[in-house]
Design a protein around this ligand. Structure first.
Ligand SMILES: Nc1ncnc2c1ncn2[C@@H]1O[C@H](COP(=O)(O)OP(=O)(O)OP(=O)(O)O)[C@@H](O)[C@H]1O
Ligand SMILES: [Mg+2]
Length: 460
């Protein structure tokens, strides 16, 4: 347990810190309000012992500032006996307790101990509440499959760390959602979360957007403008589709990461960047690195921790949860009494390969809710793609009246599965082979035998 002592008198600092250290606590010392706030930004502090008489700030103002930064921070104030009003005011502003000066050692220890108990209790409550609110997921990321549990564990571990993080995953797997969850579970949660989508910026404006510019830096720069790095100060910056960043901007980005400094375009002042970078990409970034379109040194700087999001087809047990989640949301938004998908419709959703992952599933559910006229969504409200491919996973086992050619039926089934795998992999045969657990050469032979070609199948 760590206690921050805020007091400008050296004697009191010494007395209090040795008393608390002897009792087994770790202590930090601040002599001014500024110092206290800086320390609280940097360190996790369980309890603040605050003298209401400080040189640079009114103790009460500091108390308010600390509480507005973290409403659950436990604060015990120390006040001169003569200023009972100050103590009462402090309690009203959320101080846990007050200790009048001169104090007895036992009194300090007892109050601190109670305050820390309160801190512990508040923490447990918070965790319990979080668990109750989100039984099947983490934050607002739904999922309880093994691969998603692993993702949640990684977020929990990585979020409070200072390292940059790279989030990998196919389109629609929830990369942005994960980036936000990381920010919200980091110590920067109260700071800004800024998204940079370089793909949607004109290339010649990327750098001025990122680093800002001074008046007259280029034609059209009629006034000085802050860049996204400045706006993200003390927060996180999320680089969506990092692979799209032009090479010369990559060099500047590397410098920001290494030196933690940058300049506005045309400026002379060096600015500090206290920013955590979370980057995402759905392309095979390692290939981009090998082709020389992405700096290797930058890649390693960004990729300190990798969080890889599994495609939806590898965690179909999450599908019913996601469906329920989106169904409830869109039913309420559209004021429709839709309650569930029929079991037949659900079977198709489970069998479908979801090349667009969770985003595609969300769209399918929204569409069904909007079109639905009853409380149950049936097959007819699913898009053709889902109806056609979703049924493939479980072959019909009934035998037609006139009998069947087993060979032909199996070939037909093989053909459909291969098409489905090719669609799911965007036409990449190596990936499709992986999905089917066969060698690429085997897939190639089968495609020839079954007359399947990548050119004449619809790829999403
Ligand atoms: N596990 C999940 N739980 C709930 N909603 C999810 C989940 N994963 C994704 N979504 C939703 O799906 C949509 C797409 O998610 P997001 O934008 O985070 O994906 P992405 O990986 O960034 O996609 P892209 O690569 O196309 O940008 C969003 O509406 C998001 O809320
Ligand atoms: Mg995205």
């Amino acid at each position: 347990m760590r206690i921050l002592i805020v007091d400008d008198e050296d004697v009191l600092q010494d007395v209090l810190s040795s008393l608390l250290q002897k009792a087994g606590y770790e202590t930090l010392a601040a002599r001014t309000g500024r110092e206290a706030m800086t320390l609280l930004e940097q360190e996790k502090v369980d309890l603040v012992l605050l003298d209401l008489m400080l040189p640079d700030a009114r103790g009460l103002d500091l108390l308010k500032e600390i509480r507005s930064r973290d409403p659950e921070q436990v604060i015990v104030v120390i006040t001169a006996f003569s200023s009972v009003e100050g103590a009462i005011e402090a309690m009203r502003e959320g101080a846990f307790h007050y200790i009048p000066k001169p104090f007895k050692n036992d009194e300090v220890l007892l109050t601190v101990e109670k305050g820390l108990e309160q801190c512990q209790l508040a923490k447990e409550n918070r965790e319990l509440r979080a668990q109750l609110e989100q039984p099947f997921g983490f934050h607002n990321i739904i999922g309880r499959s093994r691969p998603m549990e692993q993702v949640f564990d990684l977020i929990r571990l990585a979020a409070p760390a200072k390292s940059n993080i790279l989030v990998l995953g196919e389109s629609g797997t929830g990369k942005e959602l994960v980036a936000k969850a990381i920010h919200q579970h980091s110590r920067r949660a109260d700071g800004p979360f800024i998204t940079v989508n370089s793909g949607s910026m004109p290339p010649d404006l990327i750098e001025s957007n990122l680093f800002g510019h001074v008046k007259g830096a280029f034609t059209g720069a009629t006034s000085t403008k802050k860049g996204l790095f400045e706006l993200a100060h003390k927060g996180s910056i999320f680089f969506d589709e990092i692979g799209n960043i032009p090479l010369d901007t990559q060099a500047k980005l590397l410098r920001v990461i290494q030196e933690k400094e940058f300049m506005r375009l045309g400026g002379v002042e060096t600015l500090r960047a206290d920013v955590r970078i979370i980057a995402a990409t759905n392309a095979a970034i390692e290939d981009t690195v090998q082709r020389g379109n992405f700096r290797e040194d930058l890649y390693y700087r960004l990729n300190v921790i990798t969080i890889e999001l599994p495609p939806l087809r590898e965690r179909s047990e999450d599908i019913p949860l996601l469906v329920r989640h989106f169904l409830a949301f869109y039913a309420e938004e559209n004021e429709k009494p839709v309650e569930e998908f029929s079991s037949e419709a659900m079977r198709l959703l489970l069998g479908y390969a979801w090349p667009g992952n969770v985003r595609e599933l969300e769209n399918v559910v929204e569409r069904a809710v909007v079109l639905s006229q009853g409380s149950v969504v049936d097959l007819d409200l699913l898009p053709d793609s889902v109806r056609e491919q979703g049924s493939i996973a479980v072959p019909s086992a009934s035998l037609p009246n006139g009998g069947i050619s087993l060979k032909e039926a199996i070939s037909g089934y093989e053909r459909q599965l291969i098409i489905k795998a090719l669609q799911a992999s965007g036409g990449v045969q190596k990936r499709a082979a992986e999905l089917l657990s066969v060698k690429p050469t085997t897939l190639h032979e089968m495609m020839k035998r079954l007359n399947v070609s990548v050119d004449n199948i619809a790829i999403h």
